[in-house]
Write a new protein. Sequence first.
Lengths: 760, 288
Amino acid sequence: MAPDGTPALKVVGTRPIRPDGVDKVTGRAQFGADFQLPGQLVGKVLRSPHAHARIRSIDISKAEAVPGVKAVMTAADMPEITSEEAFVGEGPADFKDMSGNTMARDKALYDGHAVAAVAATSAAAADAALAAIVVDYEVLPHVIEVEDAMVEGAPILHDDMFTSGVDPKPTKPSNVAKRMVFQLGDVDAAFEKADIVIERKYKTAPVHQGYIEPHACVAQYAADGQVQIYCSSQGQFMVRAYVAKLLGIDISEIRVTPLEIGGGFGGKTLVYLEPLAVVLSRKSGRPVKMAMTREEVFRGSGPTSGGTVWVKIGAKRDGTIIAGDAVLKFQAGAYAGSPVGPGCMTAFAVYDLQDVRITGYDVVTNRPKVAAYRAPGAPISNFGIESAVDELARELGMDPVELRLKNAAKKGTKAAYGPTFGDIGCVETLEAVKNHPNYQASLGPNQGRGVASGFWFNIGGESSATVNINEDGTAVVATGNPDIGGSRASMAMMAAEVLGIEVERVRPIVADTSSVGYCFLTGGSRVTFATGMAVVEASKSVVNELKARAAKIWDIPVEAVEWQDGEAVPAGSNAGDFEPLSLEDIAAKSGRTGGPIASTSSLNAQGAGPGFGTHVVDVEVDRETGHVKVLRYLATQDAGRAIHPSYVEGQIQGGAVQGIGWALNEEYIYDDKGRLENPGFLDYRIPVASDLPMIDTVVVEVPNPRHPYGARGVGEVPIVPPMAAMANAIQDAIGIRLTELPMSPPKVRKAVDEQAAAEE
Amino acid sequence: MYAPSFAAPTTVAEAVQLLANASGVARVLAGGTDLLVQLRSGVLKPDLIVDTKRIPELRTITTEGGGYRIGASVSGAEAGEHAGLSKDWPGVVEAVELIGSTQIQGRASFVGNLCNASPAADSVPALIAVGATAVIAGPNGEREVPVEEVPTAPGRTSLAKGEMVVAIKLPPKPARTGDAYLRFIPRTEMDIAVVGAGVCVTLDESGKCTAARVSLGAVAPTVLVVDDAAAALVGSKLDDAALAALDAAARAACKPISDKRGTIEYRTKVAGVLARRAAATAFKRAGA
Ligand SMILES: Cc1cc2nc3c(=O)[nH]c(=O)nc-3n(C[C@H](O)[C@H](O)[C@H](O)COP(=O)(O)OP(=O)(O)OC[C@H]3O[C@@H](n4cnc5c(N)ncnc54)[C@H](O)[C@@H]3O)c2cc1C
């Protein structure tokens, strides 16, 4: 039986082949850079070579004279926007800042900041035009590291930025955009009662999402002002809303067609090229295609924050954690809006704590403005807190899973950020670890095991879905969320479940902004939950309509018709009176019973179930080279209900792998002028397949009562625990606590040498 | 607009003539796994590109007086599939097979690796350790030089205008001889050596080392031949004292830079580590 007491599920929970699979493995799928329009121009961006510089003037006259050049633009071609909170992205943003980030107006704020763009008939002509643009820069002092940006006398990025959230209101501008405090109980008093206190500071490096597909789009501005945009993004409605706002165009004038997306992980929840392509198309009268190079992706698009995490936790001798305090300082890049808020809110969320306080600072630096990256902010605070909890377990001589079980958040736990948890699976993920063979596997010399748990809210929000029954009894499900992690499969499966037909008879599509109702973007682990809910609602009303049509054909009351396994059957006093009518039968006759059968559902989904996960990793450390090898990796997670278990496992594995990269090698390397030295995958080291063992997964299912099938989001939790799990494993292997990411070979070797020197 | 000339001759004589008569910069194209990357990124704009993959003698591995002659355009994958080569000089083969990935292996050549003249080139320390030579053809005929004499600085070689390498020659393997190559990279693939170490040793019947060569990559502007490190091995059975002396000699020879791939301190330490580990493998292979 399913959670709501309905009969056992036939499709949900199975593993059919994904509907977009053949297109993707044969290369037929069209990603951002694959799309072409006749007559399109090549658009390219000129980027600042300086980390911080005033733009005195930009002379585009020579560029405009280059043969083949059809348009040249600067910020002067975009409307000046007043400060206003942006509403359709992931994480806080401001339209004025967003405009400035797409094209620098008065100042270039980071190496790679766009300052001008061109459109030409060939790439060579576009390159020649970029070289012919003369920008007069006044180079200013810059600041890269978060704590350097906070000190008195640091170079100030924005003269009009005054720290909010402090009393009294500051009179001098600062790089600290905001201070925030979340608290519960009386932390200082609680520490007085603690037997053991762990206090330490940790540091993480900004990391890029590393999506394989660089940003790309084609835009066409027609003579009547209608705008067509074809692009890969995490939300066609997001692109529409942002372009409309940044360029002052009515939403009804813009149609955005989503192309396949080759990874986003949060990094495609905002616009970079689209507004520029629209302006260039408006100026040239031709469609304009723009695609970033990998170097541009690194220099010009947003990674997630790096930050410092100071943690203090207090516990009783029996292992009860009674107090938690943390201070988080996140760098936001060039404009305010780091994910320090969610970093604070998730910090201690895996623990049942009465007395807890988290203070956060949002700080601007001369780096690319950060963008969302899976569970924005949570992995950073989690690295500190879960490292400290591991240190506590060592102090106590307690098994790290037992310590977490003793303190785990449960139904009824009040979280520091406000809500009281309902049905959650934190304990279940810990139990799953305890019962897994990986947790029993024996370890050799220089090998160690590390554990960490993580939390992410997951979100719901606005979604729409349309279900159309075709005349042959097959169905089309249209939604407005780009399919990043296999959501087409899940949408088709949920529709098939409700309709009672095979999933192969349901064709899911991702529709453009003019063809389906509004959907908030693909992010926050929301699509299977929220858009899935819209699909289920629309499918249910289709079933009601199918029953009504059968009732009409049989001429019995609709209440006397039931829908079973894809067929209408007469029930109650009419049971057995008629042969069942299949979906095909009803569809074939629909012309005569009232016309086509279709339904749309638009809703604002509430009650996204929070997600928890626990990871265990075994590593081997080469003390002489500092190399860390991952031997075994297990990730357990509560998925509520895995609609398509393979894609749940895929999300978990992908998150764990990105976290391993974050832990071991990923970092931005800047020279003393603030220029990025490693804008490519050779020296920005994400893990390669041969670096990794199989990532073992255990999906536990504590159903989310607010979703028709119990689903909760799964895409973000798995990137939260890996960094701490890795650090904890390294400590277990070599007895050294590493507090700074990445734990790259030179750093590990240095720590080994320091330990040896200290022992002498 | 940049548009280089391209030629694909079928004989060495033709290739040499094209290179000798070229005006401006001429470059040989073997596998192209360095050259094409440099063209795309715009760091190099040769006026003439001469593809040497159509020259049959450059595509074969032949045995010569008990040693091997590896044509200049032979790919890493082809070297790896050659049974005799893999048996006699496993260190050389493992070095060339470390280059890139399966796709890169189908193209990348020893000679391209050598003539690209990167101090981090993986196959070069291994070639130097076994005493390989490069056969060079030019307008004035052929000459043969030790491999270590080809690169002169990062990106620079001792080849004169009109000259090209036609083959790498590996000597016949003496009895009780073993070679090995190890590199360190932060990942397991698709990376550039932070340090590379090639070691070749010959033992007497008692297992004592009678001859050795040690070569280090990525710790100086060119790949190093470290005679002091070799001397630390000769006369030893690779006891702890010899290992310590080897480690110290390897470190002493390092003249690395600090860059995004590693600090001076780290590179120097790891050079000693890898020299020791490569020596251990070479000894084992020599004794087997
Ligand atoms: C993804 C990737 C991974 C890589 N990984 C590694 C690695 O792990 N280790 C490593 O060492 N390298 C690596 N490389 C670099 C490259 O693959 C190697 O240096 C390879 O051996 C070059 O051989 P090639 O035949 O492709 O040379 P090409 O690119 O054809 O030539 C390289 C240079 O040598 C010159 N040249 C070629 N043949 C001759 C000749 N007969 N006479 C004179 N000059 C000649 C060319 O003009 C050019 O300057 C990698 C490259 C890529 C793209």
